[in-house]
Ligand binder design. Structure first.
Ligand code: ADP
Length: 424
């Protein structure tokens, strides 16, 4: 039976959390969207339900999160985790506060800690204030975010505006004293009637201590960082064996390919690097602004090229090209056109025998897994920070997928991904 049930407010955040749990010894499966009552429970120590609730209407975010919680409870999970972004991405209406309020009410636990800190990614919380590197959140660029502008770095204040409960703080000096002091401070806040405690953390040692202090909490909320301390609680309680390879994945024999729809700088560099080592097709949606024709070009090109050596098909363009297409079609239509073409191509790749596929781009990954009918990903070992190999199980084709958020990964990410599989 699974031990930890997690609800993540976006897809790549879910993978990030799942990867963290694997690294700390839990076999983890990511489920895409709230599962239905008849969906079988995967064989895993942790399950992460990936929602798209960060910016959806509050009522919808709450309803989907509660549905996910109900399913995870029925699956037998003993503790629950609500994962949001390490920059606390939300508006004054939510959705972090309303979703956490609803989860607390459903679990009847009355209290949860909130800690988005992720020092390995330069996110720290000090005296309740969230820093990105040395900048306060509201001076980090996040104040200009198009959907969730963060104009206040004081998380006690930010969360207070999103909940009808009250918010306290477990400050750095207490966190420094270790798990017992943190636990006592949280208990005291709960007894004072606080619903939340923002907990300071500037190092992984702090996160581990917070995790230990939260061993008996029904609900923990935060970024993927604070989850690093939770697996050890289950091991300590004799519920989680020490596994030699919690990220072990079944093999998938078949051809290899990369599909890129991200136009982020890291992805453009990865495509340029791959040109020296692999057959690369670069589509030009500006010259051919039609999804079916673009897909047909790629499908014609791939004939005779599929095999163990990866081919790369990219729609990605420079910022100038992207801007030109967006000007011609509008931003959403431009994105949808390219996503449609790449989903068609993904389908053709799988029909052609591809079973090892790297997809570059968050939205692009969403379009590809939806088209392939993938609902579940077993999480493997990381290729680069935040990007693991995964195995699609249940519905859809049984295959290995690496879904890369645009800016993640080193220059040689594509080739490194497949080399890692060969080395297994
Ligand atoms: P990232 O993770 O880098 O943000 P996404 O896949 O989430 O990548 O977003 C990239 C968006 O850009 C997608 O909607 C994709 O369809 C679109 N896109 C890809 N190539 C082009 C292009 N040449 N012109 C315009 N839009 C493009």
């Amino acid at each position: 039976m699974p031990l930890l049930g997690c609800i993540a407010d976006d897809f790549t955040g879910a993978t990030d959390l799942a990867s963290m749990l694997v690294k700390h010894g839990m076999r983890t499966v990511q489920v895409i969207g709230a599962p239905g009552a008849s969906d079988p429970v995967p064989d895993a120590d942790a399950i992460v339900v990936a929602l798209k609730s960060r910016t959806s209407p509050v009522e919808q975010a709450v309803a989907e999160s509660l549905a996910a919680l109900a399913w995870l409870r029925a699956a037998g999970c003993r503790q629950f985790f609500f994962k949001y972004c390490s920059t606390f991405d939300s508006t004054d209406r939510g959705n972090i506060g309303p979703v956490a309020d609803a989860l607390i009410a459903a679990l009847g636990c009355g209290f949860a800690l909130a800690c988005p800190a992720f020092p390995a990614n330069n996110r720290s919380v000090y005296q309740g204030h969230l820093f990105v590197g040395s900048a306060l959140l509201n001076e980090s660029g996040m104040e200009k975010h198009p959907l969730t502008p963060m104009t206040d770095a004081n998380l006690v204040r930010v969360l207070s505006r999103q909940t009808d409960g009250t918010v306290g703080l477990v400050p750095f000096a207490t966190v420094e004293q270790g798990p017992a002091a943190i636990r006592d401070a949280m208990t005291a806040l709960k007894e004072q009637g606080r619903r939340y405690a923002i907990v300071d953390a500037v190092s992984n040692a702090h996160l581990a201590a917070i995790g230990e202090a939260a061993a008996s909490h029904a609900l923990v909320t935060g970024g993927s960082g604070v989850a690093l301390g939770l697996p050890e609680n289950f091991r300590r309680a004799g519920l989680l064996p020490v596994l030699s390879d919690p990220g072990a994945l079944p093999d998938a024999t078949g051809h290899a390919a990369v599909l890129a729809g991200s136009c982020s700088r890291a992805t453009l560099l990865q495509i340029a690097t791959a040109r020296n080592h692999a057959q690369v097709l670069e589509l030009d949606p500006l010259a051919t602004p039609d999804a079916k024709t673009l897909a047909a070009q790629a499908i014609a090109w791939m004939q005779g090229k599929l095999g163990a050596a990866p081919i790369v098909i990219a729609a990605s363009g420079t910022p100038e090209k992207v801007a030109a297409l967006q000007q011609q079609l509008g931003r959403d239509a431009a994105g949808a056109l390219v996503e449609h073409a790449l989903a068609d191509i993904a389908e053709a790749l799988v029909t052609g025998g591809v079973r090892r596929l790297v997809v570059a781009g968050g939205e692009t990954s969403g379009a590809v897994v939806t088209r392939l009918g993938v609902r579940r990903l077993r999480i493997g070992t990381e290729i680069d920070p935040g990007v693991p190999w995964t195995f699609a199980e249940g519905s859809g084709p049984s295959m290995l997928l690496a879904l890369k958020s645009g800016n993640f990964g080193a220059a040689d990410f594509f080739l490194k991904s497949f080399a890692m599989l060969e080395a297994r």
